[in-house]
Design a protein around this ligand. Structure first.
Ligand SMILES: Nc1ncnc2c1ncn2[C@@H]1O[C@H](COP(=O)(O)OP(=O)(O)OP(=O)(O)O)[C@@H](O)[C@H]1O
Ligand code: SF4
Ligand SMILES: [Mg+2]
Length: 328
């Protein structure tokens, strides 16, 4: 952890009861977000991205979730030890979250103005006129056309992209130091996705804040990330900056994800997809959890889950088999 580190998650474990057993949804995850950078957490569906993100704000329902271990530090504070009142103050004020489906996050019976106004006044005591000006300015800052009129609208009167802009405006309401965005463009059509992604990029730069962006889409990662953590079956299997991950991927899972990316060169050819599926967290295979799907698996891979191998300059991958082959 350096002075630059804003958020540090160390060896986080989040378990759920599953029949007679335990689902180890997040099983020893460590990652960092530095000041003024965009970090992407990427992996297939079910690998534990959302559970990890919700843990930061302590939004996983406990029970059924159990924080079985780990430490989360945000700007010098240990979040898992904070009392509920301090945690409430932190949410929205210093860390804000934007979710996938804006319609379910907005309240259908209140206007957009009411809801953005609420997000501002939870943490700040300002008069009605100043509040109105602030709401207009927030909507402008997220590129909403005709912000004055939009404030009087109800959520169902807006398009999906406009609703996501409202959610981002609400997230920005108190100038947080970190925004966690969990698949914020997945429910939108392709052109709108690109616009919202662009909006996140420009906001992050303009406001010098940190962004933890969660997605299953490596195309999005390439577009937005400074650094990347690749997650598989509740664990981080590779981490590095964008060039390290996209040009020199060292974990077979990352390589498989990259090979599955559509590209112009592959047009007309059948797209590769990694065989098999992400294991159910209650029945993870022993050893490296990727071994049933891995083209390089060796007998030792079925025995133990290896530690990270260090490729230098912050590039780590949890696969000793390819590490040993690197200079061959
Ligand atoms: N409340 C819960 N009770 C039981 N299991 C849960 C609960 N929430 C999540 N899980 C399990 O934890 C695992 C990780 O889920 P998570 O939602 O973090 O995946 P994800 O990587 O965000 O996937 P997606 O890309 O589909 O959003 C899944 O197997 C999921 O079924
Ligand atoms: S440790 Fe073995 S199974 Fe796991 S990714 Fe490396 S080669 Fe594949
Ligand atoms: Mg998710």
């Amino acid at each position: 952890m350096t002075n630059d580190t804003l958020l540090s998650v160390k060896d986080l474990k989040v378990y759920f009861p599953a029949g007679d057993g335990i689902a180890r949804a997040v099983d020893g995850v460590s990652f960092e977000v530095r000041r003024d950078e965009t970090v992407c957490l990427v992996g297939e569906s079910g690998c534990g991205k959302t559970v990890s993100a919700l843990s930061i704000l302590r939004l996983n329902p406990v029970p059924p979730a159990e924080i079985a271990g780990g430490r989360i530090m945000f700007d010098g504070q240990s979040l898992l030890k904070l009392d509920e009142e301090s945690m409430r103050r932190l949410r929205g004020k210093h860390i804000a979250m934007v979710f996938q489906e804006p319609l379910t996050s907005l309240n259908p019976v209140f206007t957009i103005g009411d809801q953005i106004g609420e997000a501002v006044s939870i943490h700040e005591n300002i008069g009605t006129e100043a509040l109105h000006r602030r709401c207009v300015q927030l909507l402008k800052s997220v590129g909403m056309p005709f912000p004055e009129q939009r404030l009087k609208d109800y959520p169902h009167q807006l398009s999906g992209g406009q609703r996501q802009r409202v959610m981002i405006a609400m997230a920005l309401a108190c100038a947080p130091r970190l925004i966690i965005a969990d698949e914020p463009t997945t429910a939108l059509d392709v052109t709108v996705q690109a616009q919202i992604l662009q909006l996140f990029k420009s906001i992050q730069k303009k406001r010098s804040m940190s962004l933890l962006y969660i997605t299953h889409d490596l195309g999005v990662v390439a577009n937005i990330a400074d650094r990347v953590y690749v997650m598989y079956a509740g664990a981080i299997v590779e981490q590095g900056n964008t060039v390290q991950i996209f040009r020199h991927a060292c974990h077979p899972y990352t390589q498989g994800l990259l090979a599955s990316l559509p590209s112009r060169l592959k047009r007309g050819k059948r797209l590769y997809s990694i065989p098999g599926v992400v294991p159910n967290p209650a029945f993870k295979p022993k050893g490296c959890p990727f071994h049933p799907r891995c083209p390089y698996a060796e007998p030792v891979c079925r025995e133990e889950f290896p530690e990270m191998c260090d490729y230098g300059d912050g590039h780590l991958a949890r696969c000793p088999v390819l590490f040993d082959k690197r200079d061959l």
